[in-house]
Design a protein around this ligand. Structure first.
Ligand code: ADP
Length: 723
């Protein structure tokens, strides 16, 4: 005890402090002797000060704490404090053992805190987390897994020993590929669907959220695993059911619709007015049924992710003009005026031509349908930031605010006597929204009851790199033999009728073997094939046809009620058409296919659509097949797919000009022999005259398309004639 009065006072002061603090304090000298042991330490460790002060620290009888002290007292031991947890009399104590310097030697001080309350709180929290049905995995900022609840362990089939306390990646734990993985969620949540097959089939919605402290500091992240297997499987079953039922309905409908059309076309002899009227009603209703089935199939396809989207740059003005044409007759009849507005310099949008056309037509058809008083329907397109927006406005019955929010959901129809009278399924808008969502755009409506509506959709602008792949159009020369393969004789007869009318000879087959035999015997110019056959899979037949040298070159058009475009094309089908058969599409495709085999192919490249159209028409009339490209990039895309016999090329074009095309074609060994005829307008680029020299011929604009077609003919004949 200090002798000096001041020192004594301060010593007593410290003692009083130590006695009242809520933490236990034990100081150990360099030799391991206990020098300080306060009242709280007495109470916590159950020892008397008198028993321990001056003795070696082992009298504490706390092996875990003693081990750390022993380590700390070594001269070269680490200097960081260590925390150990010990249980004494049902209490959880947390002891911090820290080194301190005692006249140049290493000594230790132990502070002991009672963590019982905290510990029971922690246990309770852990019990709550353990009893939730969702899996939880907690990561610290260094990606070390600090906690996983039992649900996470069972749902994802994880072995805690393998991951707990170790640096791990969530994607590894969930057997995902790194590409499908999550970014560390520093500033936002992410949700992914993860499919696991091991230890059993499971679909999990996995959500990651950052864990932040009060001041926004990043403490790591937590992953929540929610089991959605049952929901998804039921959803899938429902989709499969809808899809199967719809397909089953389609087969008989194909016959009904087709034969009614034939009777109405007079193919079964004269019919009287009453018969015509009744049949027209049957036709209208079968059309409605087809529409409804198509809508349901569309929905099940979209929901199960089986929709094929071909994204390409879209000239919205063209699409609108096409839709206006389609509706003109209907509008004239119902007293509507259709107004189209699109600026000349509207950038191209990125989308699937058929699907965007479907959305546009759906909105236009609604605008006419829900404006019983007539009035104008305005279709306008404009650029809007990096999107292209199309709006369809009408002056019809309008929609109340409350209904607007629900319009885009399945089967929703405004409930009013007016809409009931007009009739519909309530599926159209929901399909439109799903399609536009898939294409990365948005849909919306602005309306007030009684004052008309404006529906709109937007699509992202097409980037420079997006290139349209031109399709091959056959020559105008039709005729020859077509082999029609369908297990259903009625449908085969129907297709036969359509084709015979177009000037073809038809051979029919109902089984795969018969089809194979007739394909070899008759050597048809085109085969139409339904992939559902009685004696085997039509895809196998397709494969056999493509493997056999005698039949490999015959173009096959797959006609199917199953949505299998991807598989058909992979196996070598040239075209794909869905049932019920659209007569005009069928004959058009067959004409194209027949034309494309028998005639030389010319690739026409010009950014002036009128010139391209004119040339195509003249070339087709002369028996050529054509590929139409509107810039150099499209021409190169066409060349990757087809080997044309000749290229007609404009020089000044956007994206990639004619000089670049010549250079690429003539330096590539696979294309360098394709003759190029350059169509020049005015001045040529002197600095690139060398490149121009690689082209085979030049014609100056303006030219007569007919003359040019004749020139092409002569040029190709010369090439065929031996030198
Ligand atoms: P359907 O027209 O077959 O009922 P849609 O999904 O196309 O199905 O439309 C859903 C509902 O939205 C319609 O029933 C109608 O109540 C409302 N609606 C759609 N377009 C318009 C419009 N242009 N004007 C007024 N109401 C509309």
């Amino acid at each position: 005890m200090p002798q000096n009065a001041d020192e004594r006072r301060s010593f007593l002061h410290v003692r009083a402090l130590m006695a009242t603090t809520g933490e236990g304090l034990v100081a150990i000298g360099p030799d391991g002797d206990i020098r300080v042991f306060n009242e709280t330490a007495e109470e916590m460790l159950g020892k008397n000060r008198g028993e321990v002060v001056g003795k070696l620290y082992t009298v504490l009888e706390q092996p875990k704490i003693e081990a750390v002290i022993e380590h700390l007292l070594r001269p070269r031991a680490h200097k960081e404090p260590r925390i150990v947890r010990v249980m004494v009399d049902e209490r959880v104590l947390s002891a911090t053992v820290a080194p301190y310097d005692c006249s140049g030697s290493r000594a230790a001080v132990v502070t002991i805190r009672d963590d019982s309350a905290l510990e029971s709180y922690r246990r309770r929290a852990e019990a709550i987390l353990a009893s939730t049905g969702d899996g939880l995995i907690v990561f610290d900022p260094e990606d070390i897994v600090t906690y996983m609840n039992p649900a996470a362990i069972t749902l994802a089939g994880l072995n805690p020993k393998q991951f707990l306390g170790k640096r791990s990646h969530l994607w590894q734990m969930l057997s995902m590929t790194p590409e499908d993985s999550f970014d560390p969620p520093v500033d936002g949540s992410q949700v992914r669907e993860v499919r696991l097959e091991d230890p059993e089939h499971r679909i999990l919605d996995v959500r990651t959220d950052p864990v932040l402290d009060e001041s926004g500091g990043y403490l790591g992240f937590v992953a929540t695993l929610h089991d959605v297997t049952a929901e998804r499987d039921v959803g899938q079953m429902k989709n499969e059911f809808v899809s199967t039922v719809s397909h089953e309905l389609r087969t008989p409908l194909t016959s009904i619709k087709g034969y009614i059309d034939l009777i109405l076309d007079g193919e079964a002899g004269e019919i009287n007015e009453i018969q015509r009227e009744f049949l027209s009603i049957v036709k209208q209703n079968s059309d409605r049924l087809v529409e409804l089935i198509n809508d349901m199939l569309d929905i099940s396809r979209i929901e199960s992710g089986r929709i094929h989207l071909k994204i390409q740059p879209l000239e919205m003005a063209d699409l609108i003009a096409g839709a206006v044409d389609t509706f003109q007759a209907v509008a004239d009849q119902s007293g509507h005026k259709i107004i189209a507005k699109a600026p000349m310099d509207l950038p191209k949008a990125a989308g699937d031509r058929d699907r965007v056309g479907q959305v546009l037509m759906n909105f236009m058809s609604n605008a006419i349908k829900y404006s019983p008083e007539g009035g104008s329907v305005t279709v306008a397109a404009k650029a809007d930031g990096d999107m292209v927006t199309v709006s369809i406005s009408d002056q019809g019955i309008g929609i109340a605010k409350d209904d607007q929010a629900k319009l885009f959901t399945k089967f929703y129809r405004v409930d009013s006597s007016l809409t009931r009278e007009i009739g519909g399924t309530g599926l159209g808008l929901s399909i439109c929204k799903s399609i536009i969502d898939l294409l990365g755009g948005k849909v919306g409506v602005k309306s007030s009851a009684g004052k008309g509506s404006t529906f709109w959709f937007s699509l992202p602008m097409a980037s420079q790199n997006l290139v349209r792949t031109p399709g091959l159009e056959g020559s105008g020369v039709a005729g020859g033999t077509v082999l029609v393969v369908d297990r259903d004789p009625e449908i085969a007869n129907l297709v036969e009728t359509y084709l015979v009318k177009q000037g073809y000879d038809v051979v029919k087959a109902h089984t795969a073997d018969e089809a194979m035999q007739k394909a070899i015997e008759a050597h048809p110019r085109v085969i139409t094939l339904d992939v559902m056959l009685n004696d085997g899979d039509g895809f196998d037949l397709l494969q056999r046809l493509k493997d056999q040298p005698e039949t490999a070159e015959i173009p096959v058009l797959v006609l199917s009620i199953v949505c299998d475009e991807g598989r058909s094309c992979r196996l070598g089908a040239s075209e794909y058409l869905e049932k019920p058969i659209n007569k005009d599409r069928l004959t058009q495709i067959v004409d194209n296919l027949v034309g494309s085999v028998s005639s030389p192919v010319v690739l026409v490249v010009d950014d002036d659509r009128n010139i391209v159209d004119l040339l195509c028409r003249n070339l087709k009339a002369k028996g050529f097949s054509v590929l139409a490209a509107y810039d150099g990039a499209e021409a190169m895309a066409a060349l990757r797919k087809q080997h044309p016999d000749l290229i007609l090329l404009d020089l000044q074009m956007p994206v990639m000009d004619g000089y670049q095309v010549i250079e690429r074609v003539k330096t590539d060994p696979t294309t360098k022999d394709i003759p190029i005829v350059v169509m020049t307008a005015h001045q040529i680029d002197r600095s690139r005259i060398d490149i121009l020299g690689l082209a085979n011929q030049r014609v100056d604009k303006p030219f007569s398309a007919e003359d040019l077609a004749r020139k092409v003919e002569a040029l190709l004949q010369n090439m065929e004639a031996p030198e």
